[in-house]
Design a protein around this ligand. Structure first.
Ligand code: C2O
Ligand code: CU
Length: 487
């Protein structure tokens, strides 16, 4: 009892401090926008074909400059360009290979968030790409259709590398997903939402003076400030990615129209859910289908929804429907043919405590320590308890279904297949997790808070996927781990 009341007191103090920390951050842009810049659509990257049919892509991480604000030049990082990257789009069953070229002038990595693949190809903190070097991962796409993404994962520098602009969308199609609008840039639109703080001369401010990291007061969608989009069909699929370092968005439209949620992070829902609002914390994705009448206008908006990372209110994108709209595919009843993730009754339960000092189970990330050993292809219950402020939780090379939040059914918008979940302050979230099939004793996979400052601060653990039955024989220490050191 005493322990809990002390904990509660500490928690209160922490929450008050956390909120005070955000006090000086403007957290709205409402009323300031003119919606005058056409929304940029990241280019679809064309693969070259290798003799065995493998689709080969080249991604070059580079520095550059970008004009987001009229007349002001911002130093940025990008992939095959000055800010963000191209969209990669492939189908289930494709073999893919990449050359990831690092022209940043410093070490980075490129992680495939949401991808089921051999751990060595994951692009996490252990797959460092030194300045001037090329990393060439390859794997076979073998997972249900989904909107995934890629971004650096260099331990200690992830927040900075992503914030400067290194991120892109990675779309996987399958027979189910093709039933939805799929004409990229026409009725299938990526929306990468990021908040930024600008200095008076138009540079990205890197002052992360809140406990969550940078909470910006300007929004970029696909790297476009103050954007509008003209749509030309009656049904439009939007793929939303919260590519922000810390901010959560509660999406809706200013005319309160409803829309259909068709996918969570890791795949399509069994059937669409009609909604007016849904929230995405950093790293999460969702696909929605919105209907339009000729000539109408609406604004995609993010509503205030609590404190801390969810406290902002923003206009994101003005959408204008053309005076004539082409009819696009109507959504039919069933979407996904993939069964929801179920765990066996005797499934192993692992517990993870997130604390106010940004640790998981009282430990800070250690590149050479293995925290968990998981049978490959296994299904387990992971129970995440948040004793800290606001966090979320992401698992590499895995997909999960949220079983419950504080013992109750999860929100309507987070009942599908996911890989990242918001864990409210004080909450217990239970996940039914399905792990990847590839084993690796040398390269661990990560689980972590996707608030990037917390992740960099060590709110991350490592697990190995091993041959089922061999868990107890696996050493919990890695030898020959190279660490990244700042110079
Ligand atoms: Cu999007 Cu481990 O990250
Ligand atoms: Cu966190």
């Amino acid at each position: 009892m005493k322990y809990y009341s002390r904990l509660f007191l500490l928690l209160c103090i922490f929450v008050v401090l956390a909120l005070a920390g955000c006090g000086n951050v403007k957290s709205t842009n409402v009323g300031n926008l003119k919606f005058e810049n056409p929304l940029k659509i990241p280019e679809l990257l064309e693969p070259t074909l290798e003799p065995d049919g493998t689709k080969h892509f080249t991604l070059t991480m580079m520095q550059g400059t970008t004009e987001f604000l009229e007349g002001k030049t911002t130093d940025t990082w990008g992939i095959n360009g000055s800010y963000l990257g191209p969209t990669v789009r492939v189908s289930r069953g494709d073999k893919v290979s990449f050359d990831v070229i690092n022209q940043l002038g410093e070490t980075s990595t490129l992680h495939w968030h949401g991808m089921m693949l051999p751990p060595e190809m994951d692009g996490g903190p252990h797959q460092m790409i030194e300045a001037g070097k090329t990393w060439s991962p390859h794997w076979k796409i073998d997972q249900p259709s989904a909107t995934t993404w890629f971004h650096p994962h260099l331990h200690g520098n992830t927040a900075q590398h992503v914030y400067r602009g290194l991120a892109g969308m990675f779309i996987i199609d399958d027979e189910d997903s093709k039933k939805l609008p799929s004409n990229y840039g026409v009725d299938d639109i990526p929306l990468i939402v990021q908040d930024k703080l600008f200095t008076s001369d138009g540079q990205f401010s890197e002052d992360d003076d809140t406990t969550f990291g940078i909470l910006g007061d300007e929004i970029l969608v696909n790297g476009t400030h103050d954007p509008f989009l003209e749509v030309t069909s009656s049904q439009v699929r939007f793929r939303l990615l919260n590519g922000s370092n810390a901010r959560a968005y509660t999406f809706g439209f200013t005319d309160e129209r409803s829309f259909q949620l068709v996918a969570n992070d890791a795949g399509l829902l069994q059937e669409p859910v009609t909604l007016e609002r849904f929230m995405l914390s950093p790293g999460e994705r969702a696909e929605i289908v919105v209907s339009f009448e000729p000539g109408e206008e609406t604004i995609l908006h993010s509503y205030k929804n609590g404190t801390g990372i969810a406290s902002g209110e923003f206009d994101l994108l003005k959408i204008v429907a053309a005076s004539e709209l082409s009819e696009s595919k109507q959504i039919e009843g069933q979407l996904s043919s993939v069964e929801p993730i179920e765990v066996p009754a005797d499934a192993k339960v692992r517990q993870f405590r997130l604390s106010m000092d940004n640790k998981i189970n009282d430990k800070s990330m250690d590149m050479s320590r293995i925290d968990e050993v998981v049978p490959a292809g296994g299904k387990e219950i992971w129970e995440i308890r948040n004793f800290g402020s606001e966090h979320n939780f992401h698992i590499h090379d895995a997909a999960f279904r949220v079983l419950d939040v504080n013992g109750k059914e999860p929100q309507e918008y987070e009942r599908g297949r996911k890989d990242t979940v918001f864990v409210p302050h004080g909450a217990t979230v239970r996940l039914a997790v399905e792990f990847g099939n590839y084993t690796d004793l040398k390269y661990p996979l990560m689980y972590h808070c996707h608030l990037l400052k917390h992740e960099d601060d060590g709110m991350m653990g490592q697990f190995l996927l091993v041959e089922p039955g061999t868990e107890s024989q696996v050493p919990m220490q890695l030898t020959e781990v190279s660490e990244h050191h700042d110079h």
